[in-house]
Design a protein around this ligand. Structure first.
Ligand SMILES: [Zn+2]
Length: 324
């Protein structure tokens, strides 16, 4: 049985579009009938977005990913629309980063399974056999106008120079900035949970530009939902974490083991004034205990058969570190 390209659960019965639950596709695109995609190919998308490609010495998936805004209007998928409520990411570099759309999709669903806030996302099958990753934008009001948001580079007024998003500050300083901007300790708890989850998932690219604050007109500042979640370790990323954990202090357990364990995250929690118990409970209940469900998600995912064991092995390895 085919897994739904939105929720990765089996699709039974007679859905309006093959490979999607009606409700899932509606949540993603606003319609249960998939718009015609014959005109859209990976090559045509890449051609349109090529000038964005840039190589940096650090491993940066966001640097190679080409994004388009889009919206569905009268049953058609329109690219590059003003006020588009969707973001599309084609399979930009299948040789270097095979299965990136499927990787991002399953990684986002794993984060969601860990109880984190994730926008609706899914995979659209293109006529050339490639998959197009689609995610709903969270920075748009219902009327299509922009909600003010800024990433932590902007929030901390850090100049956007090469590698600044990795090297300009630590997770400790980033977490403190989130707490200060949001004006409440709960935001720091959320920040901690996300960092643990990104480590668990093998996302070594969780840098300052991938952490953003949203400032809706009538609500307090908060973290945006998660985005750009990818298991970068399957592509031989040498960084398990994109940034230093502590601003100045030594990471105590790390200096003994040579790799991150639960104690290192608890040290950061203490520095941020976050309850160690809250972080430890999250690790046990929402991360480690969820391994069987996460295995199922990976197994149902649209990752290449050869990538699935690798993806799972990385997760299991990181779970063992968090169990220590
Ligand atoms: Zn579904």
């Amino acid at each position: 049985m085919m897994a739904c390209r939105v929720c990765l659960k089996p699709v039974g019965g007679k859905p309006k579009t093959e490979g999607f639950h009606d409700a899932c596709l509606r949540r993603l695109l606003g319609t249960a009938v998939l718009p015609p995609l014959e005109q859209i190919t990976r090559q045509s998308l890449l051609k349109q977005g090529r000038e964005r490609m840039r190589s940096g010495k650090r491993f940066s998936i966001s640097g190679v990913q080409i994004k388009f805004t889009a919206k569905v209007n009268k049953g058609e998928l329109l690219l590059g629309e003003q006020g588009g409520d969707l973001i599309l990411k084609p399979d930009a570099k299948p040789d270097e980063f095979p299965g990136l759309p499927a990787n991002e999709h399953v990684s986002m669903l794993i984060a969601k399974h860990m109880g984190l806030e994730v926008p609706a996302c899914g995979l659209l099958p293109l006529a050339d056999g490639s998959l197009l990753y689609v995610i709903r934008r969270f920075d748009r009001n219902k009327d299509g106008t922009a909600v003010h948001q800024e990433d932590l580079m902007q929030a901390l007024s850090i100049a956007n120079t090469t590698d600044a998003k990795y090297e300009a500050c630590s997770y400790e300083r980033a977490g403190n900035a989130v707490r200060t901007a949001c004006g409440r300790g709960q935001a720091a708890v959320e920040f901690m949970k996300r960092l643990v989850a990104m480590f668990a998932i093998g996302n070594g690219d969780y840098h300052l530009k991938n952490i953003s604050l949203i400032r809706p007109m009538d609500k307090p500042v908060s973290l945006t939902p998660l985005y750009d979640v990818v298991n970068t370790q399957v592509y031989d990323d040498v960084h398990r974490l994109a940034m230093d954990v502590m601003e100045e202090d030594e990471l105590e357990a790390f200096s003994i083991h040579g790799f991150e364990t639960r104690a290192d995250f608890l040290q950061l929690a203490r520095a941020l004034g976050v309850s160690e118990k809250a972080v430890s409970n999250f690790i046990d209940r929402k991360v480690l205990n969820q391994l069987p469900d996460i295995q199922q998600l990976i197994s149902n995912s649209y990752l290449d058969r050869s990538l699935k064991p690798q993806y799972l092995e990385i997760i299991e390895q990181h779970f063992r570190c968090l169990a220590m």
